[in-house]
Ligand binder design. Sequence first.
Ligand code: AMP
Length: 222
Amino acid sequence: MASFETLGLKPELQAAARDLGYETPTPIQEQAIPLLLETASDLVALAQTGTGKTAAFVFPLLQHIFPEERTTQALILSPTRELCLQITRELKNYAQNLPQVGITAVYGGASIQEQGREIKRNPHIVVATPGRLKDMIGRRMVDVSRIAYCVLDEADEMLSMGFVEDIEAILAQTPSTRQTALFSATLPAAIRQLADRYMREPTAVTMQQKQLAVATIEQRYY
Ligand code: AMP
């Protein structure tokens, strides 16, 4: 059986998984982590919330970052402020043994000036909603020219919220050599088109509902 020790993660990340009480990787983690650790592989994963998908993309990202280089190296795009903040919390938990790694969240509905001040410190990882990030790139507050890793989380939600043009505008500003990972609960044609245009022969991984890390069914007894 796979373990966090056999996936290829560095000791600081294995220790974080242990400290959080994660005993074994979930199926999506078992498949996505080794793949994303190979920097040349793009990934399209059909995975819902509850499968452990966040850790599946966050662990490889944290392994790839060069902390000594003070540039923004990774982008995570997500549909809502709530999800941005949740991903940021998880990132900080998993980075608990990598204190040099800088992480910032930018999202709409909050002060752009304040987020701009955070971004000026060149965090290694930026977690963002597409609209706010595009706005900040347009105002030259964020430099995405050194992005090596990009994650599109809940891609179907981002599309249904009308973010497709913002996402395309953002990706167009990043180097085409980046590694891109897309996570989505469904794969409508618009997502496949996005993958065709912006990803390089992505490996597809599909998760079944029954492979949830956490039971999402509420049980009641009468
Ligand atoms: P996600 O699908 O990313 O929303 O994750 C669902 C929940 O599963 C989160 O609360 C994680 O903390 C938890 N989780 C992620 N990976 C594991 C794991 N390998 N073992 C146990 N719990 C996990």
